[in-house]
Structure formats: structure tokens, C-alpha cells
Design a protein around this ligand. Structure first.
Ligand SMILES: C[S@@+](CC[C@H](N)C(=O)[O-])C[C@H]1O[C@@H](n2cnc3c(N)ncnc32)[C@H](O)[C@@H]1O
Length: 283
């Protein structure tokens, strides 16, 4: 286990992932009933952008840094509003010193009645994450294989919520494990929202995964993808996507409307692009 998210926190891929997650949470929070967030590969929760890891790569400058310093259209500003609210909440204002990972976004946007199960396999990172939530009775932190968590924690007692699966793609076979996780989540919590992050390196592998996920049977399934330079070849990550089962009803249309602008802001060269794929639509 070599992957440490601290080197990448706030990069272009985090922007799309975390902005979509924040929109899902905003949507869930519109009903008073509590919901549960199950985050199987949670990381450490909160990232210091002045820490050695962030300074060494500087990746956040090409992601959250660019977004925060750009002039945004009203439509993009509104689309990003829940994520911006989480950024402000962890920084106590408009400074950008700390970058919230998926757990901190969830708890920043959550309410007293919501519950959180965060899981992180790396023992040191799990301890850091647990320390962040000392005293917060809404939060449980586990440290096991994240795919075990998906099976063990579903369905949540609340019968509402989101499952986030954001693996590091360090070992071969991650798309196969993700496909099984989509099947597991559908079997145990078919009405719940599921969000999976994936890198776009091998386009054929991504297409095969999306096809397999579409065959599982979710009534609504959307993939949102963005690449900041032409995909292919070695070198730094060029593109990434999120697959969302049972998304908020308006997510695909709203995202399609702002994606060109988001992509222009994050582009590294003219090979940049993005797309919204409606893999299943119930009418
Ligand atoms: C991409 S990072 C997660 C980032 C986090 N979801 C966020 O958005 O802030 C992936 C994390 O998965 C952890 N990890 C690696 N293998 C795992 C496994 N089998 N089960 C659970 N976590 C694992 C890594 O230590 C790393 O912290």
C-alpha cells in the first residue's frame, strides 16, 4: 500500500469527484430524515495544503487552486456551491489552507441526524482519520478491506444514503473488484446512491467496467468523465470519472451544462474534454 492521497488532494480529479459528492449530499439533505454515508476508502479526511506531500507535487494548484482563483459563470458557481460550502466550513472562511477529502466534505455538509461509516485500510491513515473525529458521535471509523465494508455495512439502518468507493488502483483487478461491489451494493441497498471513482488510463478497461455496471440493474446510472489532456501513454493521470447509481434526478443534466466550462478551467492542453454518459435511465 504505497498510495497516499496527501500527494494528490485537491487535484483536477478530486474537483470533479468532490463536487459531485457534495451535490449528492446536498440533495440527500433536503429531506429531514437522516441518511448514512459509507466511505469504503476514506483516506485521512482532511489535507493540509502546506504540508510536505502537497508541496512536493503541487497538484492542487491545477485543481482546486485554479477553480478558486477563476471567474466562474453563475451556473458553474451554483453547481459548485455545495463543495464550496464544505471548503469554507473546514477553513473557517474563504482562505484555502485545508482541503477536505470525502469524509470531511460529508461531515461538513451533514446534520445531527446523519451518520457516517468511514473506512481506511492503512493503519496510520485510519488512526489519523479516527483522531479527526474524536468526540463526534455521528462517526464510526473502521480499518478493513473497503470491499468488505461495502458488504458488511449495507443496508444502512436509515435506508437512505450514499456509498462512496474510491480505491487507489494500485493493484491489478480493481475494475473487477468494483464490478462486484456494484453487484453487492445493488443486492443489499438497491435504492441507495452509490458513487464510484475511477481513473481513465485504459479506455477499453473503463468501457468494459461501465458496461458491466450497467448490466447490474440500477434503474438510473450515470457516468461523468473529464480528462485534462489527451488520454493515453504513461505519465501523470490525464482523466477520471465518477459512476453514480441512483443519482439526484437533475445531476446528469446540470453537470452536462457546466462540464465544458469546468473542463476549460482545468485543461492542461487542447486534448482536454469531458462527457456525461446516461448508462441507465428509468424514463
Ligand atoms: C484515493 S484515496 C481515498 C481518498 C478519499 N476517498 C477522498 O476523496 O478524500 C484511496 C485510499 O484507499 C486506501 N486503501 C487502499 N487499499 C484499500 C483497501 N483495500 N480498503 C480500504 N482502503 C484502502 C488508501 O490507503 C487510500 O487512503
Amino acid at each position: 500500500m504505497n498510495y497516499r492521497h496527501a500527494f494528490h488532494a485537491g487535484n483536477f480529479a478530486d474537483v470533479l469527484k468532490h463536487a459531485v459528492l457534495a451535490r449528492i449530499l446536498d440533495y440527500l439533505g433536503r429531506k429531514d430524515a437522516g441518511y448514512r454515508v459509507i466511505d469504503s476508502h476514506a483516506g485521512i479526511g482532511l489535507y493540509d495544503l502546506a504540508a510536505d506531500e502537497a508541496l512536493r507535487t503541487g497538484e492542487w494548484h491545477g485543481g482546486v487552486g485554479r477553480i478558486r482563483s477563476a471567474r466562474l459563470s453563475p451556473a458553474l458557481r451554483e453547481w459548485l456551491a455545495p463543495w464550496f460550502a464544505a471548503l469554507r466550513a473546514v477553513n473557517g472562511g474563504d482562505d484555502l489552507l485545508l482541503y477536505p477529502g470525502s469524509p470531511a466534505i460529508a461531515t461538513a455538509l451533514g446534520r445531527l441526524q446523519d451518520r457516517y461509516h468511514f473506512n481506511e485500510l492503512h493503519p496510520q491513515d485510519a488512526a489519523t482519520l479516527a483522531a479527526l473525529y474524536t468526540g463526534d458521535r455521528r462517526v464510526r471509523v473502521g480499518s478493513e478491506d473497503g470491499y468488505v465494508t461495502v458488504r458488511a455495512q449495507l443496508p444502512p439502518r436509515e435506508r437512505r444514503g450514499v456509498v462512496v468507493i474510491d480505491p487507489p488502483f494500485e493493484e491489478p483487478g480493481e475494475f473487477d473488484r468494483l464490478t462486484r461491489a456494484v453487484q453487492d451494493a445493488h443486492k443489499r441497498f438497491a435504492t441507495g446512491c452509490l458513487m464510484i471513482w475511477y481513473p481513465i488510463k485504459d479506455v477499453a478497461a473503463v468501457d468494459a467496467f461501465l458496461k458491466a455496471a450497467a448490466a447490474v440493474g440500477y434503474p438510473r446510472l450515470v457516468a461523468i468523465e473529464q480528462w485534462v489532456r489527451e488520454v493515453g501513454g504513461d505519465g501523470p493521470l490525464s482523466g477520471a470519472g465518477v459512476l453514480v447509481a441512483n443519482p439526484p434526478f437533475t445531476l446528469a443534466d446540470e453537470t452536462e451544462a457546466i462540464l465544458p466550462e469546468l473542463n476549460r478551467l482545468l485543461a492542461e492542453d487542447e486534448g482536454a474534454g469531458g462527457r456525461v454518459l446516461r448508462l441507465a435511465q428509468d424514463g
